[in-house]
Write a protein that binds this ligand. Structure first.
Ligand code: ADP
Ligand code: MG
Length: 246
């Protein structure tokens, strides 16, 4: 489903991703961990076309682009990849002037040209799934952070993506609100969604991930099944990282 080859990304003279190689199968749950500044967000942003690669190539489903693609090819690929990929950020970025329901129907209406009736039906189904159907006519500011993040997940799902990218979705939440968001993510994982999740929630990683990838300084240092990663990390860098979390 995802194939990343020799991906390189730099900002000015700072190389942020160094020859990243990554494959993710359909239905796989990959948890991406690593110290702050190691390039996790940049990698996710490359995968959904928010950043453009400086080297290497990316394949998502049947869409392929890379540093060598022409401007036009890149643009085409990015439009396509964004319509197949949902992304959830640390800060929920809901539209503050719209109700919950309007937030969720916006992209299917404007990007996919879905009829209002159909978009509303889909949105109500998704809001039910994240447990917020009763809040559909509220504005985001009236919701807790956990509820807002669940709306953001419903909004991403409304584009009916094949792939969901989560960038520290619970990092901005009060501790007591983390669980409700992880629960929604867990049920999505159980339904077979392909997911890449950047998170510091190690219990979630342990329970839900098929594979843990540890990044440091723009490099994938280690990847393994969660049990091996957490009980016997192979590298000194990963050991140090896990000790600091504990
Ligand atoms: P992580 O998500 O692992 O904390 P990031 O991918 O956000 O790491 O950042 C990796 C490095 O790239 C950091 O040193 C960061 O300062 C730098 N960086 C990220 N985005 C930009 C940008 N738009 N312009 C310049 N530097 C950036
Ligand atoms: Mg980040």
């Amino acid at each position: 489903m995802i194939n990343v080859r020799e991906l390189k990304k730099q900002f000015g003279s700072q190389v942020v991703l160094k020859n990243i190689e990554l494959s993710v199968s359909e239905g796989e749950i990959v948890v991406l961990v690593g110290p702050s500044g190691s390039g996790k967000s940049t990698l996710l942003r490359c995968l959904n076309g928010l950043e453009s690669p400086d080297g290497g190539s990316i394949t998502v489903g049947s869409i392929n682009w890379g540093a060598a693609s022409s401007k036009k090819e890149k643009k085409q690929a990015l439009v396509e990849v964004r319509s197949h990929t949902g992304m959830v950020f640390q800060h929920f970025n809901l539209f503050p002037h719209m109700t919950v329901l309007e937030n969720v129907i916006e992209a299917p209406r404007t990007v996919k040209g879905m009829s209002r009736d159909e978009a509303v039906r889909l949105a109500e189904e998704l809001l039910k799934k994240v447990g917020l159907l009763d809040k559909k006519d509220e504005h985001p500011s009236r919701l807790s952070g956990g509820q807002q993040q669940r709306v953001a997940i419903a909004r991403a799902l409304a584009m009916q993506p094949d792939l969901m990218l989560f960038d520290e979705p619970t990092s901005a939440l009060d501790p007591e609100l983390v669980g409700e968001v992880l629960k929604v993510m867990k049920s999505l994982a159980e339904e077979g969604m392909t997911m890449i999740v950047v998170t510091h929630e190690m219990k979630f990683a342990r329970e839900v991930a098929d594979r843990v990838i540890f990044m440091s300084d723009g490099v994938i240092v280690e990847e393994s099944d969660p049990e091996s990663f957490f009980t016997s990390p192979k590298t000194e860098r990963a050991q140090r990282f896990l000790r600091q979390l504990a």
